[in-house]
Design a protein around this ligand. Structure first.
Ligand code: ATP
Length: 473
């Protein structure tokens, strides 16, 4: 490799303790893996002020800083680095007694934190992970980013796939148009719809979810469009429908592919004319709302088999956001896993230090038929069962085997110490989770086919998916 093709990766280390600086130098020298043709340079400063000066003077790819610094505090330094460039990953160094401050730094955007005393291999693994993340961030930087954009707080990910989705959200939010979000179950379609709403002119209004799978036979029309008093037995007073309830805001039509054919023409009228007619009424009422529809189905196929109207398809198929499945954006897996670990650690009141790199390898190799929702559930379980501060490879492998329907009854042993009722409830949860994931993975996330193989109506399959694959308590 000649000098012109050598890539220099520069790490800025802000640390005033000579012993720790020495440890970093040795770690980088002895343990840190390099990519072909990559040279790592360590730039050292003892203060935050000095570190910021370096940041303005030369290209820095990764920042590592102690939380306790002479002069400017570590947290203030992190804040100023973020202000200078949000895409430089920051690793925070802490002692056990300053872990809260380090966690605070992570909440404010630091990429990771390490706790002293260091172990060389662990430190090298974390630096290496941050370096590869910096590479990903660099590819994001090369693409023109819209200015003055609202940061995405809930929709996380660094992959080109999710970055493209975020850019599409920014674009569609500024135009008053109907949007269609297409993606497998659990890819974040509802989160995306909310993100559009929050950035749109309708953000002060309601975000009304209309789940097209959840209506009982015969009540759909009145649920959607409302009814007037006396329209049918039991209609004792006028009632607004879900679509009107979203007026001045956003109506999110979830699983639009499941809307009965007879109602599709009425929905088309709402989209085209902005009018609804309540059941039993002869008058049209104006509805001013943004419409976002979502589906995990191939609507074009549904048009071909006659179960979806072509005119509605064309009306929807203009501003389309395709959300890639998680297995096609594996860069997001470590990122999301760490986020969910912190989320559940807080929820369960546990101290968690992170996840072992080999456990990450397990996660990346898995196919994720239930996508981010399934990853969230796996991490929830891993945090719940973790006995130490770090999630290990063996735990992840075992949980994934059980998600996959392998591992036999081994997993139920976790519950043997619980009282009977609680244990039964947990086993049922586990069974449902496994069963649904297995069926979904057999059919590449296609709910209709999975439900048909399971021999239950699609609406019921959706209901148990919602109960057991989503936000489990
Ligand atoms: N990019 C992401 N960052 C953080 N959390 C995510 C992301 N994508 C999905 N999630 C989480 O995964 C779960 C499922 O997301 P969501 O309900 O938006 O998916 P969906 O595609 O609408 O699913 P379905 O098709 O089954 O209705 C939620 O808990 C959500 O918060």
């Amino acid at each position: 490799m000649n000098a012109t093709t050598e890539k220099v990766f520069t790490i800025l280390l802000v640390e005033d303790n000579g012993g720790d600086v020495e440890m970093f130098l040795r770690t980088v020298e002895d343990e840190l893996p390099r990519q072909d043709g990559e040279r790592v340079e360590l730039v050292i400063n003892a203060t935050g002020e000095g570190g910021l000066k370096r940041l303005h003077e030369q290209q820095i790819d990764l920042v590592i800083t102690d939380v306790r610094l002479p002069g400017m505090s570590g947290i203030e330094f992190v804040r100023q680095v973020q202000e200078f460039d949000r895409l430089i990953p920051i690793i925070v160094i802490s002692w056990v007694d300053t872990v809260d401050t380090a966690l605070d730094a992570v909440r404010h955007g630091a990429f990771d934190y390490v706790v002293k005393p260091f172990e060389k291999f662990n430190l090298a693994a974390r630096i290496h992970r941050a370096m590869r993340m910096a590479d990903i961030f660099a590819t994001v930087r090369q693409k023109p980013q819209p200015r003055d954009v609202m940061p995405f707080k809930d929709l996380l990910g660094v992959s080109p796939g999710i970055t493209g989705v975020k850019q599409a959200i920014q674009r569609v939010a500024t135009v008053p148009t109907t949007t269609l979000i297409v993606g497998e179950t659990g890819t974040g379609k509802e989160l995306i719809a909310k993100a559009i709403h929050e950035r749109s002119a309708e953000r002060a209004g309601p975000f009304q979810i209309v789940d097209c799978t959840s209506f009982a036979e015969g009540t759909v029309e009145s649920e959607l469009f409302g009814h007037v008093r006396g329209a049918f037995t039991g209609a004792v007073s006028d009632r607004k429908g879900l679509i009107e309830a979203g007026s001045q805001g956003t109506v999110f039509l979830d699983e639009i592919g499941e809307l009965p054919l007879g109602l599709q023409a009425k929905l088309l009228r709402v989209l085209e004319e902005g009018e609804v007619r309540a059941v039993g009424s002869s008058q049209q009422r104006k509805v001013s709302a943004r419409f976002i529809a979502a589906t995990n189905r191939n609507l074009m196929e549904k048009v071909k088999d006659g179960s979806f109207r072509k005119d509605l398809f064309f009306r929807l198929n203009v501003m389309v956001i395709h959300v890639p499945p998680l297995r096609e954006r594996t860069e997001d897996i470590p990122f999301l896993a760490r986020h969910f670990i912190q989320q559940f650690a807080n929820e369960f009141g546990k101290y968690m230090d992170g996840i072992n790199p080999s456990a990450i390898t397990e996660l990346v190799a898995y196919a994720w038929p239930g996508n981010v929702r399934e990853l969230r559930n796996v991490i929830e379980r891993a945090v719940m069962l973790a006995e130490g501060p770090e999630i290990g490879q063996a735990e992840i492998a075992r949980i994934l085997r059980s998600s996959n329907g392998e591992g036999e009854w081994e997993v139920f042993e976790d519950y043997l110490h619980l009282p009977y009722a609680k244990a039964k409830e947990k086993v049922l949860e586990e069974f449902n989770r496994r069963y649904l994931s297995f069926k979904l993975s057999n059919h590449d996330g296609n709910v209709k086919q999975a439900a048909s193989e399971a021999g239950v109506p699609r609406s019921y399959f959706h209901e148990i998916m919602r109960r057991y694959l989503k936000d489990m308590e």
